[in-house]
Design a protein around this ligand. Structure first.
Ligand code: AKG
Ligand code: FE2
Length: 224
């Protein structure tokens, strides 16, 4: 009998998500970003979708730029509402676990040195947008990889609200992503300006960022 050897570059560490993680890693290696329609595992997608829909409206805080002390609202730039994911809910915990696996996979495969992860639910109501921006600035070495997941059924082109990823500052056209249920996008935070076009209906998503450890001496960054 011919023995079938499982082909895995990370023997002993593989999970059922490794197929997807491999595709994301390949995309990032080749083009710096990955757009994977409907790729988030169905069970996880459903748990997050249900959780986001049942979360009380008052749990949502008005979206701000940055965190903690520098948390300030800027309606000119973005008008969505956010809620940070702490892992207190079952769905939130599953999401954080899945991203911890992705982090460990990408570190082994691409040597990105991802150290921590932060993420929030976001809700763009009709008329909401997020203008063209970078998630991180060169040299500030904090956010390295951005990830976004979407939780919207039956999105059509007249609903607007696409994520547009631009190759560089000169790119006016970009690549549009329809925010459909289970679609995942990952991109290098310092490399790609991007924006969320005005949504014409409620748009639900999660945005997250992997950071490197930039702690020096007595300064702990990112904050614990
Ligand atoms: O929701 C999206 O498609 C992207 C959101 C975004 O760019 C951000 O929160 O920084
Ligand atoms: Fe962004």
């Amino acid at each position: 009998m011919v023995a079938i050897k499982k082909i895995s570059s990370f023997d002993g560490n593989s999970t059922s998500d490794d197929g997807l993680f491999n595709l994301i890693a390949q995309d990032i290696e080749q083009q710096g970003y990955s757009i994977r329609p409907g790729a988030l595992p169905v069970e996880l997608t459903n748990a997050l979708y249900i959780h986001q829909q049942t979360m009380e409206t008052e749990k949502f805080k008005d979206a701000g730029i940055g965190r903690g002390g520098e948390y300030l609202k800027n309606e000119f730039v973005r008008t969505d509402e956010i809620c940070w994911i702490t892992g207190e809910s079952n769905a939130g915990k599953q999401w954080l676990d899945w991203n911890a696996q992705l982090q460990s996979y990408l570190n082994r495969r691409l040597f990105l040195g991802l150290f921590s992860f932060e993420s929030h639910f976001a809700h763009y109501g009709p008329g909401n947008y997020y203008k063209r921006h970078y998630d991180a600035f060169r040299g500030e070495a904090n956010r390295v990889l951005s990830i976004v997941a979407y939780f919207n059924s039956g999105w059509v082109s007249t609903d607007g609200g696409e994520l547009v990823i631009y190759k560089d500052d000169k790119d006016k056209e970009g690549t549009k992503v329809i925010p459909l249920m289970g679609t995942i996008v990952a991109f290098l935070s310092e490399e790609f300006p991007h924006e969320v076009l005005k949504a014409n209906r409620d748009r639900y998503s999660i945005a997250g960022w992997f950071r490197v450890n930039t702690s020096i001496a007595d300064k702990i960054d990112p904050p614990l």
